[in-house]
Design a protein around this ligand. Sequence first.
Ligand code: AMP
Length: 128
Amino acid sequence: MMNLVYYRKKEGKMYDKNNVFAKILRGEIPNKTVYSDDNVLAFYDVAPRAKVHVLVIPRGEYTDIFDFTQNAPADAQVAFWCGVRKTVEKLGLRDNFRTVANTGRGAGQSVMHFHIHIMSDERFTEDF
Ligand code: AMP
């Protein structure tokens, strides 16, 4: 599969190239990598809110799930979800994890580079 990093969106919210995940992708900020390929990077959340808390991000520049699903090429979207699956498998999770995509400030999105939280914790059996 060709490298999809060089695709860029034609429309959508302005992407801030200085957001923290962009800096991680450029290697300017360290990360604890779980999984990496040409399209995806998965790394441990610096402030975990579950026993396992990992973030998966596309290497392309998309602000949120709307931007990603509207503007990323189909093969980039497939590659992203394959990366999510590979990350989950690497973590040894199967029927005991959550995926969350906070979207917009109103839902607590603090980093405006699309990302999926993968979280696993025993307390999730009772928590909402
Ligand atoms: P959200 O609030 O959905 O935008 O999620 C952003 C997540 O990024 C939060 O859970 C933060 O703890 C996490 N985060 C922020 N900076 C870093 C970093 N340098 N390395 C890893 N995770 C980070």
